[in-house]
Every structure is written in structure tokens, then in C-alpha cells.
Design a protein around this ligand. Structure first.
Ligand SMILES: [Mn+2]
Length: 426
């Protein structure tokens, strides 16, 4: 199913008047406070977030998986789904592939399909957390950290293969996340496992094209429950520094122990020019992979405050690879992703409303009350009309969820694909 401009214009029609009223009211109010509205709206339009190829079907848990029907069963259909998201929201202009689940059989055809839908290929993700059917070695006891050099070599080669596949699609970035670790004290020698990981990453780094970057993702626990080799941002940063200038840390919101100060982590990494990628989701207890902004929207806003500050003040830090990394168990994955994209834009818009000069002055005066007033004043603003305007300006839907339902997208997909399709890798 391809959503064209007429579909969207049609579904926007009955919302235009209400949008104009609320936008004019907000724009007028914010302009009086000195905000440049068209600048904020165009920043929102430019902000594009990659959709991972594994988020388009029902994720499920280790206890079960419940289908939403009409799920994409191959890479072509996954790209079509990202195209649907992008037409409606105009903020999902990239896809992040997971190898080996999404190896194209026809590179030219896949690139043409993505081009036609204005979808770029963002970071490619390697997978050494499960065994493939034809694999010689097993990752049961780790991959890049494994005690066996044969296993490490297989895992290194896989990452080099992923770079090669990404290169053919125009990707410029490899994301490495390792499940490596141990489930019981004494199972691993921490130092050996870390050193093996560093050496393996250096071998992968040698195969990285000059205009590529390598993102190293960390996670405190799961699937291993006693130790993880790359457990936090410090370990990731050490490994990135050990590899070189093109290696960076990737922060995934769900990969922290409860109450970690993630905004401080992203601030310091940007100061050091080492924040390369960012994965959005939300969580209550652990790596819950819930809809962005559904549990802790204020924390997301505080993180965006630091990200905006970094984007404006840290030229030493590269442009970030933004991606949603969530799993959809009880909602239609496309509706869930639309809600996530909206929450990201909302947090970004609110962060753009923070008066940085006033905040700096209040900090200089140790006026703590004023500092909080400035942050919360921005946070309490209902910025949704700005998001609507950004979407309207670029041909998107005023209300993407509304249009998605009005156009009966899921019903169409079920008609086209049948009920019982399952996405590769899920
Ligand atoms: Mn992630």
C-alpha cells in the first residue's frame, strides 16, 4: 500500500480549521516571547528518525507473540511500511536494517523502492546474539568476547559482511550491540572478555570505510543476568577510544539501570565528541521497549534539552544517528511507531523553546528557582500545533494516527498480504 498526497490532503481537510486556530494562537504567544516560529517549525521538519526493520511486526516476549496481521514478510514490504509512516509523519525518512534478517536479494530493486518512498538507509545492525542455521561456531558463550578465537573470527567476519551489505545500500554506519556476558559469577574472566572485545572491535574497525562510523551500544544486563561485557557508557567509551576517531558510543534509553541520569550521560559524551547514536524507547522497569514518552516524558524532555544544547554548542560531536528501538506487543506496530515519532518531536520542540540565554544567566546567578521555571515553562507548553504545522508544510498528516485509521491502512495491508504473515527475524 502506498499513501499518496491526495489521500493525506483528504484526511486533513476536516482538521485544517482547528489546526489554524490553535497554531495562530500558539505562534502569536511564542513570538511575543521572542521565539522564531518558522525556524522552530523547519527544525522539526528536518528532524528525521530511522525506523528499525524489526519494529514493523509484532515483537512478542519470551512467553508468546500475538500477531497484528498483515505484517511485512520481506524487506520490500518492510520498506513499504516505513514509507507509510514517512508519508503520514514526514519524520521517518530512514530505515535501519538488521543483518542477517534483512539481506536484500536484489540491491538495485531495494534501493529504487526506498528512493521512490524518500527513505534512506541509516545504520546497519550486526547480529551475533543468536546462531544462524548455517553457522559453524556458536555464540552461546559470547561472540566478540568469546574465549575461542574461532568464534571471535566468525563474529568479526559477520560484522565485516554487514559493512559490505550496508555499503551497497548507501549506509554509512555500523551499530554493534553485543549480548556477550555471563550468567553466573566465575563463568567469565572480566578482563579477558573485555580485552577480547576490544581486539575484535579493532579488527572490525580496520574494515570500516573512511566515511563510515562505528557505534558501540551498551546495556547493563539481559540476556545475560550476572554481567555484560559492555555494560555502561564508560565501557563503551573506552572501547570507542581504543578503536579510533570513527568509533562512538550509542545511547539506548532502555539500556540503563533504573533512575540513571541519562541526560548527564549524553551531555558529557557530546562534550567529548563521542556520542554517535541514539535509540528511543521508554521503560518502567528495564529494557521494556515501550512507546517513546509513554512512561517518562519529562525525562525525555530533559534528555532533549541536553541534545539540543549539544547540537548547538558541540561542533566536535558528529550528527547523530537517531533510531526508534522499541517492540510492539499489544499495539499495531505502525500506530505505536506513529505515537513514538510524535513523542520525539514533542520533546524536541519543547527543548527548542528553552530560553538558553536566560538559563545561562540564571545559572550564573545561582538562581535555582529561575532555572527550574525556565525548563518547566518550556515543558508545560502544548507544542502540538507546531508539530502539525511542520507536517503540513512537508505534505504530512495533521493527525497521523487519525489519517492512518481513516485510510484503514491495517485493513489494506491485511488484504494485500494476508493475515498470517510474520516478519523475518521475529
Ligand atoms: Mn538499541
Amino acid at each position: 500500500m502506498i499513501i499518496n498526497n491526495d489521500h493525506i490532503q483528504d484526511s486533513n481537510r476536516n482538521k485544517l480549521e482547528e489546526h489554524s486556530e490553535s497554531f495562530d494562537f500558539l505562534a502569536n504567544k511564542l513570538s511575543k516571547k521572542g521565539h522564531n516560529i518558522s525556524n522552530i517549525v523547519s527544525k522539526l521538519s528536518e528532524f528525521q528518525v530511522a525506523i528499525p526493520s524489526w519494529a514493523l511486526g509484532a515483537g512478542g516476549t519470551r512467553f508468546g507473540r500475538f500477531s497484528f496481521y498483515g505484517e511485512p514478510s520481506n524487506l520490500e514490504q518492510k520498506i513499504e511500511d516505513v514509507g507509510i509512516l514517512h508519508s503520514l509523519t514526514q519524520t521517518a525518512g530512514a530505515v535501519s536494517l538488521h543483518i542477517p534478517w534483512d539481506i536484500p536479494s536484489d540491491y538495485k530493486a531495494i534501493k529504487e523502492k526506498a528512493d521512490a518512498l524518500h527513505i534512506k538507509f541509516d545504520a546497519v545492525n550486526s547480529n551475533t546474539f543468536q546462531d544462524q542455521t548455517d553457522a559453524k561456531e556458536s555464540y552461546k558463550y559470547g561472540s566478540l568476547s568469546n574465549i575461542s578465537s574461532a568464534v571471535r573470527e566468525q563474529a568479526i567476519q559477520h560484522n565485516l559482511d554487514v559493512i559490505n551489505i550496508g555499503n551497497k545500500l548507501g549506509s554509512k554506519c555500523l551499530t554493534v550491540w553485543l549480548a556477550d556476558g555471563s550468567c553466573f559469577p566465575g563463568q567469565n574472566n572480566f578482563q579477558t572478555a573485555f580485552q577480547n572485545t576490544q581486539d575484535s572491535l579493532k579488527d572490525i574497525y580496520k574494515g570500516l570505510p573512511n566515511d563510515w562510523s562505528m557505534l558501540i551500544e551498551y546495556k547493563p544486563y539481559e540476556p545475560n543476568f550476572y554481567s555484560t561485557v559492555i555494560q555502561d557508557w564508560g565501557a563503551s567509551l573506552m572501547l570507542a577510544n581504543g578503536c579510533g576517531d570513527k568509533a562512538y558510543t550509542l545511547v539506548d534509553l532502555g539500556h540503563h539501570l533504573p533512575n540513571s541520569n541519562i541526560e548527564q550521560i549524553v551531555a558529557i559524551l557530546q562534550l567529548k565528541g563521542k556520542l554517535g547514536g541514539f535509540h528511543f524507547n521508554d521503560s518502567k522497569y528495564g529494557d521494556d521497549d515501550l512507546t517513546v514518552g509513554s512512561i517518562k516524558p519529562y525525562a525525555l524532555f530533559l534528555i532533549f534539552n541536553e541534545l539540543v544544547y549539544g547540537m548547538q554548542n558541540n561542533p566536535q560531536n558528529p550528527d547523530l544517528a537517531w533510531m526508534i528501538d522499541a517492540s510492539h506487543n499489544v499495539k499495531d506496530p505502525l500506530e505505536d511507531l506513529i505515537q513514538s515519532l510524535e513523542a520525539i518531536q514533542e520533546a524536541y520542540a519543547k527543548a527548542l523553546l528553552i530560553d538558553q540565554e536566560a538559563l545561562k544567566a540564571a545559572q550564573a546567578n545561582n538562581d535555582v528557582v529561575k532555572c527550574q521555571e525556565i525548563l518547566q515553562g518550556a515543558y508545560r507548553t502544548d507544542v502540538r500545533p507546531l508539530l502539525e504545522k511542520a507536517r503540513l508544510n512537508t505534505g504530512g498528516a495533521i493527525s497521523p494516527i487519525d489519517s492512518y485509521r481513516r485510510l484503514d491502512v491495517r485493513g489494506q495491508l491485511i488484504k494485500e498480504r494476508g493475515k498470517n504473515t510474520i516478519a523475518t527475524g521475529l
